[in-house]
Design a protein around this ligand. Structure first.
Ligand code: ZN
Length: 256
């Protein structure tokens, strides 16, 4: 298990390196394969040994080797997060179908979270494949059945749509994007209704302090549109890894 965990970690940061490309290029409608990686500042192509996840960033001290422009710390962060997510999922579920399905979901949620954070928009080119691949995975691996998938995706998407609808009436303004609703449909496929709703709940708890701080600093008004994608992604991560223990712990508190 130990050696395999290292393998998963390495695989994770390599996937993370590709997710960086997705996060940067997808909203700009650039090709994911061509041209190869280049410095956004001086356009110098990045050599393969300067493109080793995390290691190169540390080695180059976060600067382009040619023009010395700062490289965003987000690159190593995304690589680290991806590696961490896959390792935690593997350590939680071992060699199982769940590990495979949850890892795939994580690989979609990381770019979805970052792109929504940047642009306020969750691209269909991510949610739609996540949905189709999710259906294939949960059925072929026997993780779920059509009934829970149907209830999960329609229920979770429907409830979020309803929340958005009520929000629109109360605030007289779009409060929740259709992207969030589609994301919940995807979560319903992988996690079922309970898992999807708990993920949103955990995500809201994660968003709450940030929203309150921003409002206190007057950087956010009640009427502002909140990009909920990153928090749904965080909440889903929490659910996938600690969800069952949190629920069990909570039930034990209620009935010791
Ligand atoms: Zn440069």
């Amino acid at each position: 298990m130990g050696l395999f965990t290292v393998f998963i970690a390495v695989l994770g940061v390599i996937f993370g390196s590709f997710l960086n490309v997705v996060i940067w290029r997808l909203p700009r409608r650039e090709s994911l394969v061509r041209p190869g990686s280049h410095c956004p500042s001086c356009n110098k192509p990045i050599r393969f040994y300067e493109n080793i996840p995390i290691v190169s960033f540390l080695f180059l001290r976060g600067r382009c080797s040619s023009c010395k422009a700062r490289i965003s710390w987000r690159y190593p962060l995304v690589e680290f997060l991806t590696g961490l997510a896959l390792v935690l999922i593997f350590l939680t579920y071992g060699f199982s179908p769940i590990t495979l399905a949850y890892s795939v979901l994580a690989l979609f949620l990381i770019p979805i979270g970052f792109i929504d954070w940047d642009t306020g928009f969750i691209p269909d080119v991510l949610t739609f494949p996540a949905f189709i691949i999710g259906l294939i995975l949960v059925f072929s691996l026997g993780i779920s059945n059509w009934k829970s998938v149907l209830i999960g995706s329609l229920g979770a998407g429907g409830i979020l749509y309803l929340i958005g609808f009520i929000g629109r009436i109360l605030m007289k303004k779009e409060s929740m994007g259709m992207g969030d609703v589609k994301l919940l449909v995807v979560l319903g496929v992988y996690l079922g209704l309970k898992g999807a709703l708990l993920s949103v709940f955990f995500g809201s708890l994660a968003a709450m302090p940030l929203i309150l701080i921003s409002m206190a600093l007057k950087k956010l008004k009640l009427k502002d549109h909140i990009h909920f994608g990153p928090f749904i992604a965080i909440g889903t991560g929490v659910y996938m890894i600690w969800g069952e223990s949190i629920v069990k712990g909570y039930l034990n508190l209620l009935a010791p």
